[in-house]
Design a protein around this ligand. Structure first.
Ligand SMILES: Cc1cc2nc3c(=O)[nH]c(=O)nc-3n(C[C@H](O)[C@H](O)[C@H](O)COP(=O)(O)OP(=O)(O)OC[C@H]3O[C@@H](n4cnc5c(N)ncnc54)[C@H](O)[C@@H]3O)c2cc1C
Length: 385
């Protein structure tokens, strides 16, 4: 096995690193609108052609591989690049789904505009009565001439207040078994009949949506009718939105800062000499390395056209667990001051930890540990659920 990056890939990593170090974050948008997003920064990333790196060139991508995408994300995550809440949904969900299952017309219509940073997509799956169990979705799309009329509620739709479009999952067939009869639609957020109400979580703003007789052209159905859940089951990358390296980069950075703190801090009986701290940090080093290898493996497999199923479950599980364990370990090590926010006088690690602690809550959102372990049991152990 050869785990080395090619020379070209190493040059690309350096190019991204240089960009991150030399590009100011500019102004972040009001956090009540979206967390950690800078429109100017996003535009500069787009101007370099880095949005949709592994998409074909005729659709605005660069025809590179998933490995380059992971390199980009890892470096961006390491530098905490302000790419906003919609980054994963736009690229890891809609963009990759459109590349794989969109019509020629849909690919031409949406992918170049995403790659140039002009439009972003929210994910419209969850409902008050349909959490992880998407088979319970009730929002209904009724055919009407050449259109569909959509009615029903959606819950926790992050970024719906700023996205230009939402990838909506709605029921198109009430006569099939629960796991079938769901379809995807591209819905313009400016369509008459959509209402958006803020829902505040500890980590970020999300939204309740209500669709009241929203008219959507039939051409906006993406993928085959009634097959939405099959697509997600076949490719868990779409279902669970792994960050493909972004969280890995962030975790590596936090971990390095923590180790430095343990080495240099003398105010707490030499943190780095305490056995429980050393054990915890060693455990984290192992877990981050496992995540790093798994992330590269998924990228390499996808670059080579191989199917990734259990690998994605594992990557997502590691990603989310590393994120949470890191935050927990840091909070234990730094004690109560870890809760102090950015800019507070006595905040350790410049107050970054309080932000990471709330952000780590979102790492499980598209799939909880139980749901991901169920996926592994089903795909690797062949245990029915
Ligand atoms: C801040 C935030 C932002 C979000 N953003 C979006 C978004 O942008 N778009 C979107 O569509 N959704 C979004 N969601 C929804 C999210 O993706 C989850 O689908 C949703 O939170 C899960 O629903 P629930 O919380 O009602 O949990 P439930 O589905 O009710 O699950 C409750 C508990 O039961 C467990 N459980 C569920 N099923 C099983 C099972 N089969 N086996 C074992 N245990 C199980 C779960 O692990 C969990 O602990 C967001 C949620 C939050 C909190």
């Amino acid at each position: 096995m050869d785990f080395e990056f090619t020379e070209e890939q190493q040059r690309f990593r350096q190019e991204v690193r240089d960009f991150c170090l030399s590009t100011p974050r500019y102004r972040l948008v009001d956090p009540t609108e979206e967390s950690f997003f800078s429109p100017q920064y996003y535009a500069e990333v787009a101007a370099r052609g880095w949005l949709g790196l592994h998409w074909p060139t005729e659709y605005g991508g660069q025809g590179r591989t998933w490995v380059e995408t992971v390199i980009l994300n890892e470096e961006m995550g390491y530098r905490r690049a302000p790419l906003g809440d919609l980054y994963y949904q736009t690229f890891g969900l809609f963009g990759d789904f459109c590349c794989a299952h969109g019509t020629e017309q849909q690919k031409k219509q949406y992918l170049p505009r995403i790659a140039s940073g002009k439009i972003r997509f929210a994910r419209g799956f969850t409902e008050p009565e349909a959490g992880y169990d998407l088979t319970a979705i009730q929002t209904y799309a009724r055919p009407d001439g050449g259109d569909y009329i959509i009615n029903g509620p959606k819950r926790f739709i992050t970024g719906a207040n700023v996205a230009e479009f939402v990838l909506l999952m709605a029921r198109t067939n009430r006569d099939t078994p629960r796991g079938k009869g769901l379809s995807f639609f591209i819905v313009d957020m400016r369509s008459p009949g959509i209402s958006v109400t803020p829902v505040w979580s500890i980590a970020l703003r999300t939204n309740d949506l209500f669709f009241d007789d929203v008219r959507v052209p039939a051409d906006n159905m993406i993928g085959e009718k009634d097959r939405a859940l099959e697509y997600l089951e076949d490719d868990p990358h779409l279902r669970y939105e792994t960050s493909l390296g972004f969280m890995l980069g962030g975790a590596r950075r936090t971990f390095e800062r923590l180790v430095l703190f343990a080495r240099e801090d003398n105010s707490r009986c030499c943190l780095g000499e305490r056995p429980e701290v050393r054990q915890k940090l060693a455990d984290l080093a192992i877990e981050i390395e496992a995540l790093r290898l798994m992330t590269y493996r998924v990228a390499w497999m996808r670059s080579n056209g191989l199917t990734t199923r259990y690998e994605v479950y594992l990557e997502k599980l590691l990603e989310a667990e590393v994120d949470q364990r890191l935050t927990r370990a840091a909070t234990d090590m730094l004690g109560l001051p870890a809760q102090l926010g950015l800019g507070a006088q006595y905040a350790p690690m410049r107050g970054m930890l309080s932000i990471l602690a709330s952000a780590s809550l979102i790492s499980f959102l598209p799939g909880s540990p139980e749901v991901l372990r169920n996926g592994i049991a089903r795909t690797v152990l062949d245990l029915a659920t």
